[in-house]
Design a binder for this molecule. Structure first.
Ligand code: HEM
Length: 330
């Protein structure tokens, strides 16, 4: 009898502990409108939007900068603000991150929010909100994101293992698979190359002048007219062309979030090897075809992939910190 009562009490206690533990977990999750009522009467998301909008009006490519920043941020230890830290040996100093831009708009937003409500809004949430707004301004769909991320006290260049522009489709899919993203998500995410530009040094060897390691060889998988134009006008075979810009989508479409990137892959006009490889491989080609052939599908699905990316390995609750400035730990 005594033992039955004891068992009952133990079960009740265990249930109570389980409920408390669940409450702790759920309070430490991302939420829609996490900052509502937390910033002295200011609407945090509206503040972010107005600063991004003003910047976009002056400088359209900010959308490409922020989008790329979200990618480089979230794939390395999650969306944790690690990329924003200045100093020797931080993520920012890793070679693939040297050409990431847009840090100043994140800093501007942070400064304005610190003025309104110090120590409340994380740098990692600012990155995600600002990218969301920039994508919509560039013609993408508007979407809601959950917030409540916290900033990590770690930023190491040695962590910054980004995918190679020369990855096959299988390698790219495997890379994102490790982050919990599917092949479909991966092809959607590379649609980020609907915006922005790369530099000639990224394609001179791999596609134009040393394909397959053979001096003088051009990738036969590239539309010959495009290869001709790149070689003659955009990236001539001289070292001084290394930093010339090459739009990742056709120039008229490179400031616009649309499915033209996928149409170009169908026409063998992808720029980076990893782009065109999505069409070479049957496992991803059907996804490219689907997105290329159904106008509006990419625009409506792209947010889903960005949202998944934005929730990779985030810190919440009492983990990490809310930085005072984004480029330094507190
Ligand atoms: C296998 C995956 C990826 C690889 C290897 C890759 C590689 C690159 C490279 C090499 C550049 C040009 C850098 C330069 O020359 O300065 C670039 C630019 C860019 N990437 Fe990716 N990328 C990948 C995935 C993504 C994803 C997932 C996104 C966003 C969702 C993204 C968005 C961008 C944007 C917007 C630019 C243009 C930036 C600008 O104009 O400044 N990329 N990417």
């Amino acid at each position: 009898m005594a033992s039955a009562a004891h068992n009952g009490a133990t079960a009740a206690l265990m249930a109570a502990v389980a409920v408390l533990a669940l409450a702790a977990v759920s309070s430490a999750q991302l939420q829609y409108g996490f900052y509502k009522g937390k910033c002295n009467g200011s609407d945090v998301e509206a503040v972010v939007r107005s600063i991004v909008r003003a910047r976009f009006a002056r400088e359209n490519p900010i959308a490409a900068y922020l989008l790329r920043m979200q990618f480089h941020e979230c794939v390395i230890n999650g969306c944790d603000g690690g990329l924003l830290i200045d100093g020797p040996g931080t993520e920012k100093t890793a070679p693939p991150n040297l050409s990431v831009k847009g840090y100043d708009v994140v800093a501007d937003i942070k400064a304005e929010l610190e003025r309104r409500c110090p120590g409340v809004v994380s740098c990692s949430d600012i990155q995600i909100l600002a990218t969301r707004d920039a994508v919509a301004l560039a013609g993408g769909a508007a979407y809601s994101v959950r917030t409540g991320r916290r900033d990590r006290r770690r930023s190491l260049a040695s962590d910054a293992k980004l995918p190679s522009p020369e990855f096959t489709a299988a390698q790219t899919v495997a890379y994102y698979g490790k982050l919990g993203l599917s092949a479909f998500d991966t092809v959607l995410l590379l649609g980020g190359h609907t915006l922005g530009a790369t530099h000639c040094n990224m394609i001179k060897d791999s596609r134009l002048y040393k394909y397959g390691g053979r001096p003088g060889a051009t990738d036969p998988g590239m539309d010959p007219t495009y290869a001709f134009v790149y070689k003659k006008y955009v990236c001539p075979n001289v070292p001084s062309s290394d930093n010339n810009l090459v739009f990742l989508d056709d120039p008229w479409s490179a400031l616009k979030v649309d499915n033209h990137y996928y149409k170009n892959l169908q026409l063998h006009r992808g720029v980076l090897p990893c782009d065109q490889n999505l069409y070479k491989d049957g496992a991803t080609r059907w996804i490219v075809d689907l997105l290329a052939n159904n106008s509006g599908l990419f625009t409506s699905l792209f947010p889903q992939a960005l949202i998944k990316l934005s929730e990779v390995n985030v810190l919440t609750g009492t983990q990490g910190e809310i930085r005072k400035v984004c480029n330094r730990f507190n």
